[in-house]
Design a protein around this ligand. Structure first.
Ligand code: NAP
Ligand code: GDD
Length: 340
């Protein structure tokens, strides 16, 4: 039986990956942080499973990580833990660097110090944010990076230290350069979930308006459940390598909004420009979406579109598995059933 250790197990991706690995017969160990309120909704349904084991630790605390890696002796580590909000990284830049950059180094060093250099495979959650102020379109494994936020700069260190340990020590470690992936488990402050939750609340009459930042920003959005399978596939290759995972399709925040409201039976029409742009319900004339300049970022990444050809060829990745419409439908359906 293989043993996997997942950092960030309570997050969106950690929860889907845990389900996948348990299904494959793995013993799954996860690292959770102590918090004054328990917030483990995404993994609560797994806690009775006899091959599901949680450990207290923190990516900023080498001692806790070393103790966990040294006792679990995992065959595979999936390093998903991060301060993952790009906007928030401008407010907590030092902490973001500590966890998203130094945290990766700590994991790699734990593996070496536990004597697992030749046996433990490591997946690092790298990101399309590395392309930042994009230098070509679409973005592939060969596109130069131009990180454009404290989050992306920290993740760039993580990316390179993984490559370095692969070359210096022959470790089996891979970077998954994942483009945005969403789901019904997405954190509520990311734009897609913020929109689908607002659609549900507006339909139920408990929210009157949705405030957003840059409506023209474009993303390559996929479904998180599909993406975690690629993480696992990367570690089953003969040789470690880095892969872009994306759908190869792009939509704006504005389009995501239109599609989500439309699916809930509201046809939105956007009028005006810049800060004066508004999303209006065509039937009632009510303004449902407005721009809040406070939600703009000091530097924003606005044109992400991935080229998933390498993953298609080597990982048998199917970027059409869940369409954009299907993704929006899954999220709106889930949020429409929320009890407030
Ligand atoms: P998420 O839902 O925000 O989950 C982040 C996880 O990291 C949570 O379990 C969180 O624990 C944990 N964490 C945060 N700081 C930690 C620390 N100091 N020590 C230990 N654990 C810590 O993120 P996600 O969407 O699942 O993303 C997973 C990873 O992929 C992240 O590294 C993210 O940067 C990266 N990524 C995500 C996307 C995407 O579109 N989702 C795309 C590319 C890359 P708590 O529950 O205690 O907060
Ligand atoms: N969060 C948020 N809230 N974003 C908004 C809003 C808003 O009200 N209005 C417009 N946006 C724009 C942001 O400026 C950004 O350009 C885009 O919507 C997407 O923002 P997020 O959903 O917060 O995601 P992200 O792309 O910044 O970061 C996510 O994807 C990365 C991969 O590209 C995170 O999951 C990162 O961890 C991940 O690395």
């Amino acid at each position: 039986m293989k043993k996997a250790l997942i950092t960030g197990i309570s997050g969106q991706d950690g929860s889907f990956l845990t389900e996948l690995l348990l299904h494959k017969g793995y013993e799954v160990h996860g690292i959770v942080r102590r918090s004054s309120t328990e917030h483990r909704e995404r993994i609560a349904h797994l806690e009775e499973h006899d091959k599901f084991i949680l450990h207290y630790g923190d990516l900023s605390d080498y001692v806790s990580l070393m103790s966990i890696v040294g006792s679990v002796l995992p065959d595979e580590i999936y390093n998903l833990a991060a301060q993952s909000h790009v906007g928030v990284s401008f407010d907590v830049a030092e902490y973001t660097a500590d966890v998203d950059a130094m945290g990766v180094l700590r994991i790699l060093e734990c593996v070496r110090n536990a004597g697992l250099t030749d046996s433990c495979k490591i997946y690092q959650a790298s990101t399309s944010e590395l392309y930042g102020r994009v230098e070509e379109k679409p973005q592939s494994e060969l596109t130069p990076f131009h990180p454009y936020s404290p989050y992306a700069v920290a993740k760039q260190y993580g990316y390179w230290i993984v490559k370095e340990y692969r070359e210096a020590y022959g470790m089996f470690c891979c970077n998954g350069i994942l483009f945005n992936h969403e789901s019904e488990r997405r954190g509520e402050s990311f734009v897609t979930r913020k929109i689908t939750l607002a659609v549900s609340r507006i339909k139920k009459g408990i929210q009157s308006r949705l405030y957003l930042g840059n409506l023209s920003s474009k993303r390559d959005w996929g479904y998180a459940k599909d993406y975690v399978e690629c993480m696992w596939r990367m570690l089953q290759q003969d040789k470690p390598d880095d892969f872009v995972i994306a759908t190869g399709r792009q939509h704006s925040v504005r389009e995501f909004c239109e599609r989500a409201f439309h699916y809930a039976g509201i046809d939105l029409e956007f009028t005006g420009k810049g800060l004066n742009e508004k999303g209006i319900d065509k039937n009632s004339g009510r303004v449902l979406v407005e721009v809040d300049p406070g939600l703009y970022r000091p530097t924003d990444v606005v044109d992400l579109l991935g080229n998933p050809d390498k993953a298609k060829q080597k990982l048998n990745w199917n970027p059409d598995r869940t369409s954009f419409d299907e993704l929006v439908r899954i999220m709106v359906d889930y949020d429409m059933q929320m009890k407030y």
